[in-house]
Design a protein around this ligand. Structure first.
Ligand code: IMP
Ligand code: MG
Length: 188
């Protein structure tokens, strides 16, 4: 297998530093803790991009909560945009009927992925269903999706790091960076 190059070659800019991310995540955790005081809460992480966000966020949530995971993939999509039709590749273990569900997402772009997931989860009749998204590319929105908690509004640029991948790599970086697509060559 060919070697995966370091990110510095194609990182054009760090748009959100580790400190800024962590400060905002702590604020979101505090807000969520206040809103769900005295309630049961289930956090659902959409794999794989939201994994880092979930694990940092939950450390700032002081109300008792459970976590679960689901994975979706979009049909016929290019690597950098979604088609609007999603297929569940990993379903939840938890029964969400009559529970307060908070979906934890990495980034909302067109909104199609989230819209399909929300539609599906709604058929299972949760007590409440809200979304917490780390990044919001508002200008790209095509589907109507209610976002209750938003970390950062970002410009329409392809970003990576802090859970977000470039062809499955670089999720471990502690910041959000912008890719210079002219400098980036996907692995074979
Ligand atoms: P949507 O269905 O267009 O809202 O796409 C949402 C999904 O596309 C996210 O959950 C990400 O997996 C992926 N995505 C969208 N924009 C970016 C980006 O800038 N970097 C990495 N992944 C992205
Ligand atoms: Mg995602």
């Amino acid at each position: 297998m060919e070697e995966i190059p370091g990110y510095k070659k194609f990182l054009s800019e760090i748009i959100i530093t580790e400190d800024t991310l962590q400060t905002r995540i702590a604020e979101l955790g505090a807000e969520i803790s206040k809103d769900y005081q005295g309630e049961d809460l289930l956090l659902i992480c959409i794999l794989r991009g939201a994994v880092l966000f979930l694990t940092d966020l939950m450390r700032h949530i002081s109300v008792p909560h459970a976590i679960d995971f689901m994975a979706v993939s979009s049909y016929g999509a290019g690597a950098r945009q979604s088609s609007g039709m999603v297929r569940i590749t990993l379903d939840l273990k938890a029964d969400i009927h009559d529970r307060n569900v908070l979906l934890v997402e990495d980034i909302v772009d067109s909104g199609h992925t989230l819209a399909s997931v929300l539609e599906l989860l709604d058929t299972r009749h949760p007590k409440s269903l809200r979304v917490c998204a780390l990044l919001d590319k508002t200008t790209r929105r095509e589907a109507v999706v209610p976002l209750r908690y938003i970390g950062f509004d970002i410009e329409d640029k392809f970003v990576f790091g802090y859970g977000l991948d470039l062809d499955e790599y670089y999720r471990n970086l502690p910041f959000i960076g912008v890719v210079d697509l002219d400098q980036y060559t996907p692995p074979d």
